[in-house]
Design a protein. Structure first.
Length: 149
């Protein structure tokens, strides 16, 4: 069974601002979640009359740039991990990340003996003051999850 995590809403909103249409973006998301691959997805978006923003989003530099792996895939890599760029797109009010299962990831890192850093790397919407607030929320989430281990 393949786990499917939602794509960050900030990225989808950026594509919409660039001219992306919801029907085509929905197709691209479904294609990604079903592992159609970038080449097949781009070809279908072209058939649908996709514009430049939609074609870019359908490609390896767009949605296929993201990972959609089961967090358990990380287990075998933990012994070789010295630093983690903890990218994130949207912290929610309940101190979870909208599109990344950090609770599961942090537990796997801790169980594997990881003692390095988790460096916050905010990739979401860049509205004024939002970046700092989002980073603070992610750090609180880390402390909460680590405290529960």
């Amino acid at each position: 069974m393949q786990l499917v995590f939602p794509i960050g809403r900030a990225r989808i909103n950026e594509v919409i601002k660039e001219g992306g249409r919801q029907k085509i973006l929905d197709y691209i998301t479904t294609a990604y979640q079903n592992s159609f691959g970038a080449e097949k997805t781009v070809a279908e978006v072209k058939k649908m009359g996709g514009n430049e923003a939609e074609l870019r989003w359908a490609s390896m530099t767009g949605i296929y740039h993201f990972s959609n792996n089961d967090p358990k895939d990380l287990v075998r890599l933990v012994p070789y991990t010295y630093h983690v760029h903890a990218k994130f797109y949207e912290m929610m009010d309940d101190l979870t990340e909208y599109s990344i299962p950090y609770e599961a990831l942090i537990k796997i890192l801790a169980q594997g003996g990881y003692t390095g850093y988790l460096s916050s790397e905010y990739e979401g919407a860049r509205e004024e003051f939002q970046t700092s607030a989002q980073i603070r929320m992610q750090q609180v989430m880390f402390r909460k999850v680590l405290g529960a281990l």
